[in-house]
Design a binder for this molecule. Structure first.
Ligand SMILES: Nc1ncnc2c1ncn2[C@@H]1O[C@H](COP(=O)(O)OP(=O)(O)OP(=O)(O)O)[C@@H](O)[C@H]1O
Ligand SMILES: [Mg+2]
Length: 241
């Protein structure tokens, strides 16, 4: 394990609305790793991602990304990260090409149409959908456009908030395969989810968050996956009290 740490929460404590929502949370995510933070509603999952993006300030402890404190280096970190919020922030009245071109322009990295086409191929966005406005897309298709955009930005880090919620089982499998392929090419992925099974399918390591506290970490065996039943039981136990 000589991996460089891409993300590191160091005794992170965060308050929102005057209430503590993360308490003394520590974990690290290495380069090329897929890490999932699993927890129930209100556990503090989205808050953790927002803290790594520098959108929320920690009260104590530090959020580190690429070896730098996020605080004071927000722009540098955001340039290296693609963030998929709970509801994808793409434009419904634009088609796939227009959406991706627009956001690449904003990021000051416009790309030629053949590269866009290649990215759409890679994420499996059907060719006949690309000219249609996103208002006619299913959630899974929108998610593919968002991932294509992340690919085109060539950022080393993906922060995904509930990326598979609302997707059907086939779309979830496709999504998981895509994330695994990205990680194999060196991208680092942190996703937050309440989907136990999905977390086991993609993540080599899962942190269990309960009411702002990290109550357990699970690691996949070298050749296998994290046992979903065991994780499910741990989740249920931790949320029972
Ligand atoms: N803007 C806000 N102002 C005050 N408190 C907030 C705000 N957003 C979230 N919170 C509180 O922070 C806590 C953690 O919220 P967070 O959104 O991080 O949870 P989550 O794990 O992402 O939940 P979910 O699974 O429902 O998305 C909750 O108690 C929530 O009520
Ligand atoms: Mg959330």
């Amino acid at each position: 394990m000589s991996q460089q740490q891409v993300l590191e929460a160091q005794s992170l404590t965060v308050q929102r609305g005057g209430r503590p929502v993360l308490h003394d949370v520590s974990f690290a995510v290495g380069e090329g790793e897929v890490f999932a933070l699993l927890g129930g509603n209100g556990a503090g999952k989205s808050t953790t991602l927002l803290t790594f993006l520098g959108l929320i300030e920690p009260h104590q402890g530090r959020a580190m990304a690429f070896g730098q404190d996020v605080q004071g280096n927000e722009d540098a970190i955001r340039r290296k990260a693609a963030y998929l919020p709970e509801t994808a922030s793409l434009y419904a009245h634009l088609n796939a090409w227009e959406n991706v071109s627009y956001f690449l322009e904003l990021a000051r990295s416009p790309r030629p149409r053949d590269e866009l086409s290649q990215a759409f191929d890679e994420v499996g966005l059907p060719a006949d959908a690309r000219d249609r406005r996103l208002e006619s897309y299913s959630k899974g298709m929108r998610q593919k456009v968002a991932i294509a955009l992340a690919l085109l930005r060539s950022v080393p880090l993906l922060l995904l908030d509930e990326p598979t919620s609302g997707l059907d089982p086939v779309a979830i499998d496709e999504f998981n395969a895509l994330i695994t392929a990205l990680a194999e090419r060196g991208s680092t992925v942190m996703m937050v989810t309440h989907d136990v099974y999905g977390a086991c399918q993609v993540a080599r390591r899962v942190g269990l968050l309960r009411r702002g506290e990290l109550v357990g970490t699970f690691e996949a065996p070298p050749e296998g996956m994290i046992d979903a039943d065991e994780l499910h039981r741990a989740f249920a136990r931790s949320h029972a009290s």
